[in-house]
Design a protein around this ligand. Structure first.
Ligand SMILES: Cc1cc2nc3c(=O)[nH]c(=O)nc-3n(C[C@H](O)[C@H](O)[C@H](O)COP(=O)(O)OP(=O)(O)OC[C@H]3O[C@@H](n4cnc5c(N)ncnc54)[C@H](O)[C@@H]3O)c2cc1C
Length: 384
């Protein structure tokens, strides 16, 4: 039986980052992953993820984003990989929509550079976009995109280079913790360590059942289209990322054209998918859902949905309030958890790795993570 300082269970976005940060701090790390490196069966795939600082979800995320941006730079530099493209970002909708008003609140509270554009100005500066007269946009120059698969590979490469042992296609079958440390069992054997960090993505309901958080795993599809007039007008120097709030509860988002003339433009709906599990998800892309996203974009980004190229499913792992769940496991000594990223976690990958290393090694972190307390769903239920 082999022993380690820390076992990281799950090497997707968050776990690969935790493995890297822990190995960089001199820990003997074992990483265990159910699938292969940078796979497409979980949550961290699809070529692009939005990043932004004017965070409509809550201003409490902003200090983490400021640190994440520093760490994104360092990760790109240290890995030699192209991880980030700050092509700018537009948050669009009615002035009082969550997307616009929430982004404005975070920007103002934290003094983040931003511009408020009316519909005519948006049409002038970004001719692919056709907002309605009452809609406005918050433009953030430092928004853009990060590359999920490249990021996972960067973390895995650097973790290995710092001495981490990474085992793929080796799912953890069970884990236990006791006063002396933790053990994790796989089909190949049992591993012991002082600490365990669990980053399960959509397998959270299975691996963290006794956390007491009622996670809901949601199927989400990403769609790539060839714009009617070709990709030139959608290249990152002309087309920002956007999140566009329409009728109550609907947000559609999109990226510039990436990956050459045949790469297409990726668009998707934020939230509103059906409940699923990683084992039962329908990974096919249905004609009806392609038609629905194309129809939704027809008068907003009129040329974009020219020809459907391909689609890919993914999963959100939602917590009840859609805020992350990060902390020491309340029921088990020596166990740290990071889950419930609710469809908006990727831009935080480097800072979450730093936080998880802090928590595993010292039991605390200097980062403000009060919003992510694993006990809050129970506290909320008890007080209602
Ligand atoms: C369609 C879509 C669009 C998104 N867009 C954005 C965006 O624009 N911006 C943004 O910031 N975020 C976005 N997100 C969210 C973001 O991608 C996730 O929050 C993030 O990838 C979560 O990473 P994770 O490490 O928690 O999960 P994962 O990357 O899924 O990692 C979990 C890992 O655990 C492994 N695992 C599970 N069980 C076991 C086991 N028993 N043993 C060993 N390994 C195991 C899995 O195989 C997996 O590799 C999006 C998500 C989706 C699905």
């Amino acid at each position: 039986m082999e022993t380690f300082d820390v076992i990281v269970l799950g090497l997707g976005g968050m776990g690969s980052s935790a493995a890297y940060h822990l190995a960089a701090r001199g820990q003997r790390v074992l990483g265990l992953e159910r699938h292969g490196p940078a796979h497409d069966r979980g949550t961290s795939h699809g070529g692009s993820r939005i990043t932004r600082q004017s965070y409509f979800e809550d201003p409490a995320y902003v200090p983490l984003l400021l640190r994440a941006y520093e760490l994104w730079e360092a990760l790109g530099h240290d890995s030699g990989r192209d991880l980030m493209d700050l092509c700018g970002g537009l948050m669009l909708g009615a002035p009082d929509s969550l997307t616009v008003a929430g982004s404005r609140r975070s920007s103002e509270q934290w003094g983040l550079p931003h511009e408020i554009l009316d519909a005519a100005e948006i049409r002038r500066r970004f001719p692919n976009l056709a907002p309605r007269p009452h809609e406005i946009g918050l433009f953030e120059r430092k928004a853009g995109l990060v590359r999920p698969e490249e990021t996972v590979r960067a973390n895995l490469d650097l973790a290995s280079a710092k001495g981490a042992t990474l085992r793929f296609e080796e799912p953890a079958l069970s884990w236990t913790s006791g006063p002396g440390g933790v053990s994790v069992r796989t089909a190949q054997g049992t591993y012991r360590a002082g600490e365990l960090v669990i980053c399960p993505g959509p397998w959270a309901p299975e691996l963290l059942a006794d956390l007491g958080v009622p996670f809901s795993v949601e199927r989400q599809a990403q769609y790539w289209f060839q714009p009617a007039g070709g990709v030139e007008a959608y290249l990152p120097d002309r087309q920002p990322i956007f999140i566009w709030e329409g009728p109550p509860g609907t947000q559609v988002y999109g990226f510039p054209a990436l990956d050459g003339p045949d790469g297409g433009v990726k668009v998707a709906f934020f939230r509103g998918g059906e409940v699923t599990t990683p084992e039962t998800i329908d990974r096919s892309i249905r004609p009806g859902e392609i038609a629905a996203v194309a129809a939704h974009l027809a008068d907003r980004v009129p040329g974009v949905a020219g020809r459907f190229l391909r689609g890919k499913t993914c999963m959100y792992t939602n917590s009840p309030d859609t805020h992350f769940v990060i902390g020491r496991h309340p029921g088990h000594a020596h166990v740290t958890v990071a889950c419930g990223f609710s469809g908006h976690g990727f831009k935080f990958v480097p800072v979450v790795g730093e936080i998880l290393a802090d928590l595993a090694l010292t039991g605390r972190t200097g980062h403000p993570i009060g919003l992510f307390d694993p006990l809050r769903p129970r506290d909320a239920a008890a007080s209602s």
